[in-house]
Design a protein around this ligand. Structure first.
Ligand SMILES: [Zn+2]
Length: 266
């Protein structure tokens, strides 16, 4: 059930039964607080609408005046439902939905927005994500190497001799390049497929790691492909792009920064 309640002469909510209980327990509401939910004719004192939760917070004496009022006086003191309100994740206040903006997957009100943006820039937003550090990711990459090893070996044992024969030993450089290209395409397919579909390569799965967007949502094939390309950049600059993981609060590699992704522990 979703409740609306009156606070400081304004309508707040919607809140669940659970949240309403919490507000009573916290002393923010008492038995005289007017509440309303869809299906009710009038705004009603909490003690009347939900006798099982209100008495604990409300001295019985304070309930009486509202009950004796005429229904007209109590009826919809705040008019029809005002614009939907929602909780600001920063200050914990109810604000009209129109005044709230989504930042990093969180609803934030106009007052708190500058603070939240500052937090983001300092890199300590979304602390609920448990980021995977340098060594566990190194281990995952190593395990991906082991997983891909059979394919590499197979290509050397079966593909390479055939290519060499075809080239009659005169174009071994071209053959080598062809093999490199094949290996590159295989790696691309391997990484883009697994990270796009499952958020993790087999090596990362074994290590209990997952690649997600900043807000924790899946990356999908498009971003997986982009991240594969960005990873090449990380490798080309003497692997400094990877070493950056160790020095970032959110454990971002260069390719994570470029794609706005995070690697988290499951
Ligand atoms: Zn706020």
């Amino acid at each position: 059930m979703t409740w609306y309640y009156a606070e400081n002469n304004a309508q707040a909510g919607p809140v669940s039964d659970e949240q309403l209980r919490g507000l009573v327990a916290a002393g923010r509401l008492d038995g005289t607080t007017l509440v309303w939910k869809a299906g009710m004719d009038n705004w009603t004192p909490l003690a009347q609408a939900l006798p099982d939760i209100a008495p604990a917070a409300a001295p019985g004496a304070r309930i009486e005046p509202v009950v004796s009022k005429s229904t007209e006086a109590v009826k919809r003191p705040f008019g029809q439902l005002m614009p939907e309100t929602a909780l600001c994740s920063m200050c914990g206040q109810f604000k009209p939905v129109d005044d709230l903006v989504m930042i990093a997957g969180q609803r934030v009100c106009a007052q708190c927005k500058p603070l939240e943006l500052q937090k983001l820039q300092q890199g300590d937003a979304a602390p609920q994500l448990n980021y995977g550090g340098f060594w566990i990711r190194f281990a995952a990459t190593f395990m991906d190497g082991i997983v891909m090893m059979p394919v590499i070996l197979l290509s050397y044992f079966f593909v390479l001799p055939k290519l060499v024969v075809a080239a009659q030993g005169t174009e071994s450089l071209g053959t080598q390049l062809l093999l490199q290209l094949g290996y590159f395409l295989f790696q691309a397919a391997y990484k883009i497929f697994f990270t796009g579909r499952y958020g993790a390569t087999p090596g990362k799965m074994i290590a209990g790691l997952k690649i997600v967007r900043e807000d924790g949502s899946p990356i999908g094939y498009g971003l997986a492909a982009l991240r594969f390309l960005a990873e090449i950049v990380s490798a080309l600059i003497f692997y400094i792009g990877y070493i950056m993981i160790a020095f970032d609060v959110q454990k971002r590699a260069l390719h994570d920064r470029l794609c706005n992704t995070r690697v988290v522990r499951k």
